[in-house]
Design a protein around this ligand. Structure first.
Ligand SMILES: Nc1ncnc2c1ncn2[C@@H]1O[C@H](COP(=O)(O)OP(=O)(O)OP(=O)(O)O)[C@@H](O)[C@H]1O
Ligand SMILES: [Mg+2]
Length: 335
């Protein structure tokens, strides 16, 4: 069964295993993110509903698709619905479909997302934006494995695995009555918390390097790296839009860059004016990650890049040192 792929709410996008969104395609150099992905990978194999929590742009959609593709339902459909974008009056219709003549505009039968996802995974993004009533209906449908189309008399069998995601604080949303506690308790035992990029800064050099490579192809450029100053600025930036923001900034930086190195002004054009640069300059290099990178650079220079000696001085294992060297994009100077 192959559904029509489209970005409209009426026909939610349906991704298949050939879409190749797998855990290997979610890049990370962070031990914390690796733990989160490993846990998600384990849960993927089990028949439980899941809740993915994380700020905007942290990779919740990617993880949901990877869970589906790593699950025993991988051959079935993956139906993704941005429930936050559906007007509440249309939510039931979008989720459960309708029979002909169910309401004035309904001329033909329509299958809702639940039916489309039968045998596969239904990914409900921004679940916190649905009314409590619709959330309750979602819960009933998942528990009974049956739905009734609007205007329908008979129930239709509908076996879906539910993966929900939200960037809101669920506990606060429950307290405010915006999130049903019964739905939460069905999925809450299996929460996947995706850390924001500012709490896994080791990912910045890795993701930047890979996005540069992708955008060199996209824009016909030959950028080799981010300059030291640019990397320091990226390690310091708070990244409120997380990986999506990094992806977007690197994209326009590579498109703008004509040389081999990305400069701070390419990635942060808004701080490129002289006065802003001066003000920003004072605040650069203050993050823990930037300090760690600088310190490692000093120790490596001091030991002539003798890994064993540097690891001993830093009081970490050689393996950890190698991982950090690669994560921070440190390079042995050529003599
Ligand atoms: N670890 C990663 N490796 C590669 N690309 C990533 C990674 N994390 C996120 N991305 C990319 O960043 C962008 C945002 O990811 P995604 O849409 O999954 O975030 P989200 O948490 O669902 O955001 P929102 O809450 O706004 O819906 C996408 O282009 C995605 O491919
Ligand atoms: Mg999303």
């Amino acid at each position: 069964m192959r559904e029509n792929a489209s970005s409209t709410v009426e026909s939610p996008s349906v991704l298949y295993r050939d879409g190749k969104i797998t855990f290997e395609g979610i890049w990370t150099a962070s031990a914390r993110m690796r733990k989160c992905l490993d846990a998600a990978g384990k849960m993927a194999a089990l028949p439980m509903d899941l809740l993915i929590l994380g700020e905007t742009g942290t990779g919740k959609n990617l993880i949901a698709a990877a869970i589906h593709n790593a699950s025993p339902r991988a051959e079935g459909p993956f139906v993704e619905v941005n429930t936050g974008a559906i007007p509440q009056t249309l939510a039931e219709d979008a989720l459960f479909g309708h029979e002909p003549e169910a309401f004035t505009e309904a001329r033909t039968k329509r299958r809702g997302c639940f039916e489309q996802a039968h045998g596969g995974t239904l990914f409900l993004d921004e679940i916190g934006n649905m009314t409590a009533d619709v959330q309750a209906k979602i819960l009933t449908a998942v528990e009974r494995k049956r739905i009734r189309r609007l205007g329908g008399e008979n129930e239709v069998q509908c076996d879906v695995r539910l993966v929900c995601a939200t960037k809101c604080d669920v506990r606060k949303a429950i307290a405010a009555g915006a999130f049903r506690d019964d739905l939460y308790y069905r999925i809450a035992g299996h929460e996947i918390r995706v850390p924001p990029l500012r709490e896994r800064r080791e990912d910045i050099p890795l993701l930047a390097e890979r996005f540069i490579a992708l955008d060199n192809v996209n824009y016909g450029r030959s950028v080799e790296r981010a300059s030291e100053a640019c990397m320091a600025a990226m390690l310091d930036h708070p990244w409120p839009g997380n990986v999506r923001e990094l992806r977007r900034r690197i994209g326009s930086a590579v498109a703008l860059c004509e040389g081999a190195e990305l400069l701070p002004a390419h990635v942060f054009p808004e701080t490129a004016s002289e006065s802003d640069a001066a003000a920003g300059g004072e605040k650069q290099g203050l993050s823990l990650a930037a300090a760690e990178r600088n310190h490692m650079e000093k120790v490596l220079a001091l030991t002539g890049w003798n890994i064993s000696e540097a690891a001993r001085l830093l009081d970490i294992t050689r393996q950890t040192l190698r991982t950090k060297i690669s994560a921070y994009g440190l390079r042995r100077p050529t003599t």
